[in-house]
Design a protein around this ligand. Structure first.
Ligand SMILES: *Cc1c(COP(=O)(O)O)cnc(C)c1O
Length: 394
């Protein structure tokens, strides 16, 4: 097959050169356990401390506010479960979140509901954005946690994080954000944005898979989620994955350096795709706010066709895309995110998500735009749903 055009960066990214260059020497020679007192252990401990400092600096945090985890899912589970438990200990069992969170958040909340917590899911409206006044109205005396994602993984919409954080601070409620799609892609400052806890994952910014971090502001009592040794300031047991941690720090620094320029170039490709699709293909719908969205995110519904068949055709053209998120593909349910922004089920089924990054080129976009209209009209010709639609319109 010809060249692979990878446009599924919200599912995962390639391992970048910065990460590889940082990891290989650690894998080869720095095999000491950071908890060991001998020189090899101390060398590893130094690398760990250095990586922690660098990750913290990229989001405006202090090193002792960073806890390394196995990724975004664990960070979300940790933050939400442990803050819920802390709330329950004070008789507070109400949590506020949104209807379009990642399943790492939604399923954790479901479990807490079974354990007697009440969860209010804020509406994300047609544009995929939470309203701060609706958050204010949802706060109760027994609210123990607010968790709102920074940027959505399917439709790319960016939430008013600093304002949400300010409201939470005013009410003395801890604020957690799943920033897995935002870290390394948008400028983040946990101080200025009033963020108390934040989840990140290295494989979403060209770092290795299976490593992430939870930022937890000093003064917020975070109890243990994984019991074990004294690693991560006694909070998260288990020998540190040092090669991955070093790879993550290098990838994050690389992603944050030159972010503005890179984002501009990626956003220009994004806008070109959206504009041309809207212009050249009838019965399409762009999902999520056009401005407040991640630079690389395109999410479009094509009426009358199935997202899955579209993906298979694109794959034959060497284009890797996604319909909904990687976690929901494989199931026949329409995306909960598209339902949350009010799309009817039959339209939500025909969604295409393209997530670009700096490795994509204008030639990739040319190829996509060359093949897409033909694929869509071909699939529509075979679609009974489309035939029905056309009859109704005539
Ligand atoms: C990918 C993703 C996660 C899960 O992160 P892992 O490191 O794969 O566990 C959580 N939340 C969002 C928004 C994501 O995009």
């Amino acid at each position: 097959m010809e060249k692979i055009i990878y446009m599924d960066n919200a599912a995962t990214t390639s391992t970048g050169k910065a990460a590889l260059d940082a990891m290989i020497p650690v894998l080869e020679k720095d095999y000491g356990n950071p908890s060991s007192l001998h020189q090899l252990g101390q060398q590893a401990a130094d690398l760990l401390a250095d990586a922690r400092k660098r990750v913290a600096a990229c989001i405006g945090a202090q090193p002792d506010e960073i806890y390394f985890t196995s990724g975004g899912t664990e960070s979300d589970n940790w933050a939400i479960t442990q803050l819920a438990l802390a709330g329950a200990a004070k008789g507070k069992k109400h949590i506020i979140s949104t209807a379009f969170e990642h399943h790492a958040v939604l399923h954790t909340l479901k479990r807490l509901e079974k354990e007697g917590f009440t969860v209010t899911l804020l509406d994300v409206h047609q544009d995929g954005i939470v309203r701060v006044d609706e958050l204010k109205a949802a706060i109760r005396p027994d609210t123990c946690l607010v968790t709102v994602m920074y940027a959505n993984n399917e439709i790319g919409t960016i939430q008013p994080i600093a304002e949400i954080g300010a409201v939470c601070r005013e009410h003395g409620i801890p604020f957690h954000t799943d920033a897995v799609q935002a870290v390394g892609h948008l400028p983040i400052d946990v101080q200025k944005q009033n963020i108390d806890l934040l989840s990140m994952s290295a494989h979403k910014f060209h770092g290795p898979k299976g490593i992430g971090a939870l930022y937890c502001r000093r003064g917020i009592r975070l109890t243990n989620f994984i019991e074990g040794g004294a690693q991560e300031r006694n909070r998260r047991g288990g020998t540190e994955n040092l090669p991955a941690i070093c790879g993550m720090a290098a990838a994050l620094e690389d992603a944050c350096a030159g972010m503005e320029e890179r984002s501009k170039r990626i956003a220009a490709m994004r806008d070109r795709i959206i504009d041309e699709v809207v212009q050249n293909i009838p019965y399409v719908r762009v999902n999520g706010d056009r401005q407040k969205r991640l630079p690389g995110n395109v999410n479009i519904c094509f009426e009358g066709i199935e997202g899955e068949s579209l993906l298979l055709r694109l794959d034959l053209e060497g284009i890797c895309a996604s319909s909904g998120s990687a976690c929901t593909s494989g199931s026949l349910d329409p995306s909960h995110v598209l339902l949350a922004i009010g799309l009817p089920k039959e339209i939500a089924h025909g969604s295409l998500r393209l997530t670009l990054d700096e490795e994509n080129t204008e030639e990739d976009v040319d190829h996509l735009l060359n093949v897409l209209p033909g694929i869509v009209s071909g699939l529509r010709e075979m679609s009974p749903v489309w035939e029905e639609m056309m009859k109704e319109n005539n």
